[in-house]
Design a protein around this ligand. Structure first.
Ligand SMILES: *Cc1c(COP(=O)(O)O)cnc(C)c1O
Length: 347
């Protein structure tokens, strides 16, 4: 009998080869223990999945989604990527870089979603990098249907003779979510190979594709690992409904059984005043993670996600013996657009 026949360990294969895809991402990203932060909090055992190290333009979670989205764009013979986001969008930065990598043009529509920003906000951080990658941009005031705005821009570009490919905000549709189904497969394999079981995944959740893809992937693999999304912008019930809608559609595209809504877990206790406005708990999480682990978080997403993890640990939400995996979704490029808040929060 050869090894293949005697090996009964699961392979965790979602058959993602059947979807168009381009290689943009360093993967697998490492899983590292956060020894000092775990000790500081008095348990549980914390680990970090380094999706801030996906390798494209400073990394972040959008790179995994873009592998599948740009795969579709290439299949459609697109000459240009069009997308939208808030002014300091990490998704826009990674899309602009992916366009460079693939020899495509990139045009972005930026929403002035966050009120009362310093003057530098529209010049530094991700905005600076979008310009460096040669993306052209236009701005909108807050509160519009931004996907509709960007689709109208896409139609106008098409009428001018371009062949643009439209990517929705955050890359959050069933195509983009495949990137996080791939990540679910990767985490299941890493856990298996290292003999380290995880009891929870905790992450920031915004436009929903990351949590939806992850939950759909784990569900399709029949891996029982709860994912707690820490909302960065909207109340729990609305975020659960939005994540579930995409997760259910993603499960379907993976030929998995129906995904029940009870699999979507969201905590909205760390949003603060709203999207893009760091709460005191956000700033504390950024400072603590920097000083205990030498890891950079961001003021919009991963800082709120980590604030949730810290808050849950302090509240005794986890068992002391749990291994809790924080999904680091990136975003530290936006730190520089929040210099005043960061400086004020330091002791
Ligand atoms: C976009 C983003 C998220 C949220 O992911 P969604 O798929 O939009 O929910 C989290 N962290 C960072 C750094 C992001 O840029």
């Amino acid at each position: 009998m050869d090894a293949a026949q005697t090996d009964t360990s699961p392979t965790y294969d979602l058959g993602l080869d059947r979807f168009p895809r381009v290689a943009l991402c360093h993967q697998p990203t490492p899983i590292e223990p956060m020894v000092r932060l775990s000790e500081h909090l008095g348990g549980p055992s914390l680990y970090i999945k380094r999706d801030d190290c996906t390798g494209l333009a400073g990394g972040g979670n959008k790179t995994r989604k873009l592998e599948f989205l740009v795969g579709e764009a290439v299949k459609a013979n697109a000459d240009m990527l069009v997308t939208q986001g808030a002014v300091q969008s990490n998704h826009v930065r990674q899309t602009a870089a992916a366009a460079c990598r693939m020899g495509l043009k990139c045009h972005v529509v930026l929403e002035r979603r966050v009120p009362d920003r310093a003057e530098s906000y529209e010049k530094t951080g991700n905005v600076l990098l979008d310009a460096l990658f040669g993306a052209t941009s236009e701005f909108r005031p807050a509160g519009l249907d931004m996907n509709a705005e960007a689709e109208a821009v896409t139609a106008a570009l098409r009428a001018e003779g371009h062949n643009p490919y439209f990517i929705p905000g955050g890359g959050s549709n069933t195509v983009g979510a495949l990137g996080y189904a791939a990540c679910a497969q990767e985490i299941a394999r890493q856990s298996d190979e290292s003999g380290l079981p995880f009891h929870w995944i905790v992450m920031g959740t915004g436009s929903t594709g990351t949590q939806a893809g992850l939950v759909a992937g784990l569900h399709a693999l029949d891996v029982d690992l709860p994912v707690m999304g820490v909302s960065v912008r909207q109340p729990r019930e609305r975020q659960i409904a939005a994540v579930h809608k995409l997760a259910a559609a993603s499960a379907e595209s993976l030929n998995a059984p129906t995904l029940p809504v009870r699999k979507i877990l969201v905590d909205d206790g760390y949003v603060g005043e709203g999207y893009g406005i760091p709460a005191d708990s956000t700033l504390e999480a950024i400072r603590l993670t920097a000083r205990q682990e030498g890891v950079l978080l961001d003021p919009v997403y991963s800082g709120k996600g980590m604030a949730g993890l810290i808050g849950m640990a302090r509240a005794g939400f986890f068992k002391p013996t749990d291994n809790v995996l924080f999904l680091h979704t990136g975003g530290s490029q936006a730190l520089f657009a929040y210099e005043n808040e960061i400086l004020d929060s330091l002791d």
